[in-house]
Design a protein around this ligand. Structure first.
Ligand SMILES: O=c1ccn([C@H]2C[C@H](O)[C@@H](COP(=O)(O)OP(=O)(O)OP(=O)(O)O)O2)c(=O)[nH]1
Ligand SMILES: [Mg+2]
Length: 156
């Protein structure tokens, strides 16, 4: 496997029929870590997400994530704070060999119905380098000071 250290890898996108006319996913500021993803829902049929419910929102694009990277689908803080809208599987993982449409799994943790209209920026995707470890089964773990202590063992 090739390990990339490119900080500006090219992300190839394929626009699907439901993505016609949508703005490309984009970094909304110079230093933004994530590119905002837009809802490719039907213009004439906005999606209403009721409190406590979840839904898979299409983005209208296939992303060819460069090998050695992943896409992390994360919530937008504003939607989370104002409306209780977040990604249920956060951070969603888009594998570099995935060739289906990227979708966003939203859940409404707020108290009001939330309307998702076409083109709305619903989440953001961070392209991050991936390390694939080699798995090796052993019979005894090396000794450390911490040992098996966890879950608060070092105190508050
Ligand atoms: O928020 C997300 C998360 C995942 N995916 C797509 C891309 C990813 O490569 C694929 C599989 O995701 P994941 O590995 O998290 O799900 P799984 O339940 O393990 O499915 P699979 O058995 O297909 O790997 O689903 C999305 O479009 N959006
Ligand atoms: Mg998987």
């Amino acid at each position: 496997m090739t390990i990339h250290h490119d900080t500006r890898p090219t992300l190839n996108l394929i626009r699907l029929a439901n993505g016609e006319g949508l703005d490309l996913p984009a970094y909304e500021s110079k230093g933004a870590a994530g590119m905002d993803l837009r809802a490719a829902v039907d213009e004439a049929a906005p999606l209403t997400l009721l409190p406590g419910k979840r839904t898979l929102v299409p983005t209208g694009f296939i992303f060819e994530i460069p090998e050695g990277f992943e896409g992390q689908v994360r919530p937008r803080s504003g939607l989370a704070f104002k409306n209780g809208i977040t990604c249920l599987n956060s951070p969603g993982t888009v594998d570099s060999d995935y060739r289906g449409e990227v979708k966003v799994l939203l859940i409404n943790l707020g108290e009001e119905p939330f309307v998702i209209s076409r083109g709305m920026r619903i989440a953001q995707m961070v392209i991050a380098p991936v390390t694939q470890a080699q798995v090796a089964e052993i019979t005894a773990a090396s000794e450390t000071v911490r040992g098996a202590g966890g879950f608060g063992s070092t105190g508050a």
